[in-house]
Design a protein around this ligand. Structure first.
Ligand SMILES: *[C@@H]1O[C@H](CO)[C@@H](O)[C@H](O)[C@H]1NC(C)=O
Length: 455
């Protein structure tokens, strides 16, 4: 743990000291070494937990921490072409801020104490806002930053109060120390309200439908690394928080927090429908994230072991898929300077290999069997069916709409007659192919041993 943190923090010195010519090469190489070191946590996952008084890695956090470390070098690779055109000091500040953001995320995943988790969870907000407002491309980025800050504040205060309440009830906030007997002593008069209050911060982060308005704005305005981190790891902080808090609050929450379940199931369906009428590629991908994350909310509300595993697997697979989709959208954006899908019609003829990446990533988004998204959705659907067949039917409808909008993306960007402006676009670089390979490969390999990432 300490080794990864040291390797990671050393990037701050690199950004200060290296000559500008080598800046991106050295930081990316360092980021790859962090990624390689983090793979050790797979071993913790199977046979033992790593824990001391500061850090705590168990089945839930190891997979998400590895995802964070894996995506870190990828964000650096993805932002190179745009950012390296800027003044030198701005490049350094950008790398430092993006490193800081992802380091905070990793610390939130691995820290043992819930109060420290809360602090790191909130600390990730500041660099996110800086990245969106300073490196965003459009003029409405200030508005996106304000939305993000306001929504996050909405959730933070109830969570803080809940943590203080838990501390006074149990005398500790270390999940390892909270034994089951201590948990039964606390008397709760309105369990559903308590669940909502404690998880409000996480529901905003995920985001739950109706609390999701900040997400499409933030994604549309953010530079590529911001979008990748938001979709890949920051949303997962919310899901992780709910999974961590759930043993503290109690069982059978789905009966008490019934309205939340209703909103989540409505959100799964409504956002999938909204995707069908987007013309902006980035906001479509953001909406599809909301749809997938609402499925995670239904799973964590059901609280069965299968649902928990499904939620975790879906979060991991969605981390890779949505990040890859944003990279693909960014390749389009860097060439045409537009996010409108119609502008890249017929690209298959011009960029055949890129079309293959699109196809693979879209297949992962639909959750067709040989991908881990399928494992996640299957586990969630099975536990949803045993809870209520009506809810199951609604989510089945969602699967159809997911397929429809994913194919719509594929058709709108790849098929059709070849327009003239495509012929003058510059071809794909090795950097972009590597980036997509590193997104697609882990998601395909992990299917050989899904136990590594499930609970
Ligand atoms: C992030 O960017 C701001 C300026 O936009 C800068 O003052 C700050 O030092 C940066 N943070 C880190 C951790 O480098």
């Amino acid at each position: 743990m300490l080794m990864v943190l040291l390797a990671w923090s050393s990037i701050f010195f690199t950004t200060l000291l290296t000559p500008t010519k080598r800046l991106w090469t050295i930081t990316t190489a360092q980021a790859f070494s962090v990624m390689a070191l983090s793979l050790v946590w797979f071993y913790n996952n199977q046979f033992m937990m790593f824990s001391n008084s500061l850090f705590f890695i168990d089945h839930t956090s190891s997979a998400l921490s590895i995802l964070t470390c894996w995506l870190f070098p990828l964000t650096l690779i993805a932002s190179q072409s745009k950012i390296s055109l800027e003044p030198h000091y701005r490049q350094r500040i950008y790398i430092a801020n993006s490193t800081f953001l992802q380091l905070m995320t990793l610390l939130a995943f691995t820290t043992a104490d819930l109060m420290m988790f809360f602090i790191f969870f909130e600390a990730s907000l500041i660099p996110t806002i800086i990245i969106i407002t300073r490196w965003g491309a459009q003029e409405r980025r200030m508005e996106a930053g304000m939305y993000l800050a306001f929504y996050t504040m909405l959730g933070a205060v109830p969570l803080m109060i809940c943590l203080i309440k838990f501390y006074s009830a149990y005398g500790s906030l270390l999940p390892t120390l909270l034994s089951n007997e201590a948990l039964k002593e606390i008397y709760i008069s309105h369990p559903g309200l308590l669940w909502t209050a404690c998880n409000m911060a996480f529901l905003v982060k995920l985001p739950l439908f109706f609390l999701h308005l900040w997400l499409p704005k933030a994604h549309v305005e953010a530079p590529i690394a911001g979008s990748m981190v938001l979709a890949g790891t920051l949303l997962k902080l919310g899901g992780y928080g709910i999974l961590r808090m759930s043993p503290l609050i109690g069982e059978n929450m789905v009966y008490y927090a019934y309205p939340m379940m209703f909103i989540a199931i409505l959100g799964v369906l409504a956002t999938a429908l909204l995707c069908l009428r987007q013309t902006d590629l980035k906001s479509l991908i953001a909406m599809s994230s909301v749809s997938h994350m609402n499925l995670v909310v239904t799973a964590v509300l059901i609280q069965s072991p299968w649902a928990y595993s499904g939620a975790l697997v879906l979060m991991i697979s969605h981390g890779f898929t949505s990040s890859a989709l944003f990279c693909l959208a960014n390749t389009v954006y860097e060439r045409t300077n537009s996010r409108a899908m119609v502008l890249l019609r017929g690209a298959t003829v011009a960029f055949p290999l890129a079309a293959a990446w699109w196809l693979i990533v879209i297949i992962q988004n639909i959750a067709i069997p040989p991908t881990i998204s399928f494992v996640g959705e299957f586990l969630i659907m099975a536990s949803l069916f045993s809870w209520s067949s009506t809810a199951f039917l609604v989510v089945v409808l969602n699967l159809m709409f997911t397929t429809a909008y994913s194919l719509y993306v594929l058709w709108a960007t790849q098929r059709g007659p070849l327009p003239h402006h495509i012929k003058s676009l510059h071809p794909f670089q090795v950097r972009e192919h590597t980036l997509l390979l590193l997104h697609v490969m882990p998601a395909l390999i992990i299917i050989l041993k899904p136990i590594l990432i499930s609970l």
